[in-house]
Each structure stands twice: as structure tokens, then as C-alpha cells.
Design a protein. Sequence first.
Lengths: 352, 352
Amino acid sequence: MYNAKAYSVSSPASPFVSASIARRDPTEHDVQIEILFCGICHSDLHQARNEWSGMMPTVYPCVPGHEIVGRVRKVGSAVTKFKPGDLAAVGCMVDSDRTCPECKADLEQFCPNFTLTYNFPDKHLGGVTYGGYSESIVVDERFVMRAPSNLNLAGVAPLLCAGITTYSPMRHWGVTKGKKVGVVGLGGLGHMAVKFAHAFGAHTVVFTTSPGKKEDALRLGADEVAISRNADEMNKHAGSFDFILDAVAAEHDINAYINLLARDGNLTMVGAPATPLPVAVFGLIMRRRSFSGSAIGGIAETQEMLDFCARHNIAADVEVIPIQKVNEAYERLVKSDVKYRFSIDMASLKSE
Amino acid sequence: MYNAKAYSVSSPASPFVSASIARRDPTEHDVQIEILFCGICHSDLHQARNEWSGMMPTVYPCVPGHEIVGRVRKVGSAVTKFKPGDLAAVGCMVDSDRTCPECKADLEQFCPNFTLTYNFPDKHLGGVTYGGYSESIVVDERFVMRAPSNLNLAGVAPLLCAGITTYSPMRHWGVTKGKKVGVVGLGGLGHMAVKFAHAFGAHTVVFTTSPGKKEDALRLGADEVAISRNADEMNKHAGSFDFILDAVAAEHDINAYINLLARDGNLTMVGAPATPLPVAVFGLIMRRRSFSGSAIGGIAETQEMLDFCARHNIAADVEVIPIQKVNEAYERLVKSDVKYRFSIDMASLKSE
């Protein structure tokens, strides 16, 4: 066991402060990673502020962060995938039971016994797991991915959650060249969805409430932008989409988007509104449409996504901040005031 | 043009009365069918009473009926599939544009220019189409199916709507041996769904609010019956279904069923509640579940379904009535007092 510098919160209302946390010494299958960048996901904020108290109550102190990229410093004796000096990445999970049907299908994200990267029972040290707002992390090599070396590492970090969360459903529902794909909401997840849909060769349409985002959407790879409050712009696309990815976690009229789907089209939610969304069944019946959800992706698919990003030069658009600005960043996150993801430069933690 | 005996309603509140309607003389591609049996679908009642006034207002007089089985009496000069004396069947559609992508994909039910069997503009005679509550009908051979000769014809009629509506989504979503399938609601559609799921080799569970239906569900082919108001009986099945067919058109808690789906499970609605159903998105996200709808089936698939029924000795459980009892049957239909479909014996019309 050793001590690592980190930033933690001690209650729902308290700010992040510098702290010291315990990390285990690497066991034979473990990789110790010096964290270079950690993205700030909206989930971090929900967890830090205990906004999911019903489902996943926060254990304090809490160290969030599950968009982690860094450099391997030490490896256990049985580790084969990594050696010191390698670039490595860790996402939302650090373990699973490895024996259930979900794990055997490379879908660890649905394993009933997974271990999330933070605020989950820590099987090694007791207490809860601590995430990436820290100088280092120790993870079983089976849950560590190889990170691309040709990309801006600050922009690679968000691929571990925002990236895989949008890549996986598009792969699952068959987004390819020749398909028409919609992306609802141009935030951290949405901007990655646009990059992927474009890279897959799909005709990509961004739906946004903000006319001001139009230019940026086109720059990110959209072929068209529709202002969702403009009925004409919406109607123009009626019945035409093969797939729509909806990254809006706030309440919104989902039927307006379901009606844009072609026959056999699918709309997948990756944001989870707090209250149920009213779905007009007739809209589903008439074109055999489907409405579904998707959660991150498995470890193998996350590696596949990172390799895809390396080949296609895809990384998140980030605003890099020092860890000392994390409280300010959270305030801006609440207002969606970031293009499109904060990425914490962990070198800033060395001065603490 | 010739006159045919029929039963029609002249306003939303008036009863069915004996009437005479015009049918066209068969054109070269047409088949003239003497109707032997016509099932009573809940849609007939909605249309007769103008309960879909917003979407599909009723033109009076109205002759419903789209579960038609009969015997070919005359064929046009270009007809190749049928000859006089053959058994034939007609379902919900009597025409489509035949050129759109949906028609080319054998999915005429999604053709934007289809012609429904009743209350739809009649391209031949003007006015609207008249359905199967009649002694005969004239239909283009492309929309006429061959009917099985080894089954009780009264029970074959409902296959043309209740049958294909449940068969098609199970085929589409891959119901086969080894899968676990749920059926919600044991009415006209539900009882067909149980027969098909059982015939496909799936482990079939019926959900019903009525303990009294348990024995009947088992007789129809269910492996298990769960009383949906019993939380223990529901929880027992959490996360275990590959597919659930929901045939309940009334409002109900859809999330209770979505939560019974396994990873990648699908719940398909074939009933359309009048108001939107609130869907908890988190339940979709956690196991990549999907929620969808399905409408009848294409002509080729309807024929496939009829052939499947012939091979597996499947027909609807019907209560045969003379046409003179149709008003009484409608009153009972409103109370779901029928096991499981009314089938009108059209021989009764001869005495009118």
C-alpha cells in the first residue's frame, strides 16, 4: 500500500480539496499507472454531489474520474500486455467477475458483479474505489487499455467514457456508410457521436436547440444541422433516419425524434432523464421502430474504439485545466459551458 | 359491378344492419371470393364507432372485417395463383403501390400508399373500401393468400390479423427454440402469440391480471403463467426474457415488463394505448434493452405464417356466430368476453 495525491470531496456540498489516498501495491496481474490526464464526466459531478443517492449513494471522501490516460510505471509479475513506459488507459470499470455470460460475451458493462472505477466496494483495500482525480491508479491489466500514441493525450482521456458510450451503440445498431444518423444534443457525448458517425461514413445530422452551435457541428463532421425548435427543420427529416443517438439527459419530447426514424430505425438513449419519457406507441408500431438504451461498452470494444480513433485521428475536443480549477469547472459543467469536455492535466497535482 | 349482401353501420352509435354494397366485377388481376368466415377484430369496433376520428375518420356506411377466409368463385384472365374452388384469404390490406422500397422489401404494411381492406379510398369504385362482413369480396391476386385446407376455417380467419400481427414480430426479433418469451395479455392477439411462441420452441410465459386464465394459458401452450399483480411472480422473472410481446392496448406499467428483459432483450407492442406510455430510460440503458412496435406483416410473410399454421395445426380459438349476432358480439368484445376471437359464419348472411 502506498499514498497517492488526489482531489476529493467530503460531502455533497463541499468543494474538492487536495487529499492523500491509499492505493494498493501492484499484485501480479496489476498495472500501476501514472495518470497524465483525466476527463471530467457529468457522472463525476452526480456522484460527487450524491445526486444518485437512491441508486448509488456516495461514500465520502469521494475521488471521481473514469476517463483516465497515463503511463505505466510498474507491472506485476504475471502482466503480459504492458511494460513500464507504455501509454495506458482506464475507463468506467476496473474489474468484473469474468465468469458470467456477460463477461464471456465481452460485455463486462453488464456484468452483475463489476467494479466501477470509483465509489464502488474495493475488493483489495476495503472501502470504496477511488477514480482518476489522482496522480496514480493500480488496475488489473485485463481492465487496462492501450492508449494511442499519435493523439493529443488530453483529448484521448474522454474517449474512455464519452467515446465508448457513443461508439458502442453505433456499432451495435449497424451505423455504416450509406446510413443516415442523427445526434441529439451537442455536448461531451454528442460531439463524440458526430465524430464517430462521420468517420463511419454516415450522413450525419445534428439536432440542437442552439443555432449558435451550427458552425461547430459542421466543423466536427456533421453534414447538416437542424434546430430542434424549428418545426420545418424537423419535419423535413420525418421518417428518414436509420439511427439516432440521443445524448440529452434532460426531459425532452422523445416522440419528435422517434417520428424521424425510418422503418426499422432505432433511437438509442445514452443520457438518462430522471423521470420516465412518455413514448407514443403508435409511432413505434407504424414503422417497426425501436427505442433503446446503451451503456458504455466492454473492454475489448473499448480497445477497438481506441484503435479506431488512432487510425482516424479522433480525439475529444477538450479544455485542459489544472486540478486546482476543478471546482470552477464543475460550476461551468452545470451550465454546459465547455467545448466539449474538461480534461485535467495531472501534472498540476505535483505542486500540491 | 354487382351488389353483395353485407352488414354495415351508418353512424358511430347505430347498430349493424343488413345492407347491400357494390363490388367491382373482377378485372384481369382480380380474384372474386365467396366469404365463408370473417373474424371480428377490435379494430373493426374502433372503426365502426369512429373511435379513431383523429387519425382515420370513419366514412359511413362502414363495413368492417379484415380477417377473411373464403372460396374463390371467379378469377380474372391474368390471374395465375388461383382458380375457382380454391380456398383463399384476405387480411388488412387489399393493395399497395408495389414500387416503393417497402413494397420491394415485401413489407407492404409500411407502404405509404397502401389500401386497407375497409374505410380506405377505393381506387376502383370511388368511395371507400368495404371489408369482410359481406358475402363476397374482389381483391387483386397479389393481396390474396392461399388458405390452409387442413384447419377449421372459422379459426383460420383470425390468423389474417391476430395471427400475422403476433407471428411477424416474433420472427423479426428471432424467437426460436431456447429463447424465453413473455406474452402480456391473453386476448385475441395474446392467445395467438402463445401458440406461436410455443410452436417456435420458446419457453413461454403468459402475464395476465386474471388468475382465472391460468389453466387456459397452459392449455394454449404456455410453460408458465405469472399473475402480473403479484410482485413475487414478476420479480422471479427479472432480467430473464429475450422477447416480450405486449398485446395490451390499455394503459399499463410498461417498465414492469421492460425490467424483465435480459440483456439485448426486446419488448414489442402490438396494441397501441391511446396515451403515451412513460418509459424509464435507465431500464433500457442498463441491459441495452429495446422497446418497439410492430404492425401486421407483409403479404409474403402472411402466406408464410398461414403455411406454418397448416404444418403445425395452429388456428385461433374462436366462438362462431351468425352475422345477426354481431351487435351482441361487439358488446361482449368491449368487456373482453370472448375466448378468444369471434368468427362470423357468413352462411348466415344467405338468409337475409
